[in-house]
Design a protein around this ligand. Structure first.
Ligand SMILES: [Zn+2]
Length: 306
């Protein structure tokens, strides 16, 4: 059920905690509102409307920890966050600390991998928010779900929503959450590699295929998340991956498939409106990435004939 980390050290240097309103850091230049550039979310707005109907499946849901207390106004300094997350047992006790650890490993893993491939690399930032947040991609309302903003190269996580998503969608487990972070980090790689920019261009010149490009982009992020799982297992300061971990991630990938979400929301499925891919596709591409451990196997665009 849990994640076995190779070590307990948590580096909060890349984290911007905006749960209490003020935020630890200033972020990246204050995040201008507007522009309307695409917020690349793991979960779509539609989700919000359907939460509440499902039956909780996850008996052993992790505690949110002091992280959620922050949304009620208890602001931690960066130092306090670091102290809390580096205290004994913190990775088991606090979801936010564990997600920071996953993010740290993603950063280290991809820096190594890009280095080996002679590719330029730069890290993403991790932003925790509660309710609403202004980003370089515009204003994100409450419960938008986890997302990546290319303009600021930031991953945004709302812990309360993450918890809710796991309960309502039956995708519990620490590695299900790790998959979400890894998926968003996958979007960051797409920005670093220039894929995201190419896709935006292609969508502009071929609006009819806009959704197909979106699906290919999302499935590639799933594939990268799978690759990351394998690379993080190989990393000396990474994780000790188990079959249960992979099963949790696969289940989570299925849970956020467009068909699953649509069926839950409206009772029917409209493939033309898909933006993230079906449950089967998402699971398949995560698994392709995990099995190969090779980002070159993640050409979802080619596979879709784009
Ligand atoms: Zn995504």
């Amino acid at each position: 059920m849990g994640i076995e980390f190779d070590d307990d050290r948590v580096d909060v240097g890349g984290v911007d905690d905006r749960r209490g309103g003020g935020g630890i850091g200033l972020g990246r230049g204050g995040a201008a509102i507007g522009g309307g550039a695409g917020v690349v979310g793991l979960v779509i707005y539609l989700l919000v409307a359907v939460l509440g109907g499902g039956s909780p499946e996850g008996g052993g849901l992790p505690q949110l920890g002091a992280g959620s207390a922050n949304s009620t106004g208890q602001q931690e300094s960066r130092e306090e966050l670091s102290d809390r997350c580096n205290a004994e047992g913190a990775l088991k006790k606090y979801t936010d600390c564990r997600l920071i650890k996953v993010y740290d490993i993603a950063d280290n893993t991809w820096e190594d991998e890009f280095g080996k491939r002679g590719l330029e690399y730069r890290p993403a930032s991790l932003v925790f928010f509660a309710d609403a947040v202004s980003t370089g991609c515009g204003q994100a309302s409450a419960q938008v779900g986890p997302f990546y903003c290319p303009a600021g190269e930031e991953i945004y996580l709302d812990l309360d929503f993450l918890d809710q998503l796991q309960r309502e969608y039956g995708a519990p487990g620490e590695f299900a959450q790790a998959y979400i972070v890894a998926h968003e980090y996958g979007h960051h790689l797409q920005t670093v590699l220039g894929t995201e920019q190419q896709v935006r261009q292609a969508q502009k010149s071929n609006p009819d295929a806009e959704n197909e490009y979106s699906v290919a982009m999302e499935l590639q992020a799933d594939c990268y998340a799978g690759v990351w799982s394998t690379l993080a297992d190989q990393q000396s300061s990474g994780i000790d991956l188990t079959r249960e971990n992979i099963a949790e991630a696969q289940k989570a990938a299925e849970a956020v498939g467009d068909d699953r979400i649509q069926k839950k929301a409206t009772g029917s499925v409209d493939q033309d409106s898909w933006t993230h891919g079906s449950a089967a596709q998402r699971k398949q591409w995560f698994t392709t990435g995990y099995s190969s451990g090779d980002i070159d196997q993640c050409d979802t665009f080619g596979a879709m004939g784009l």
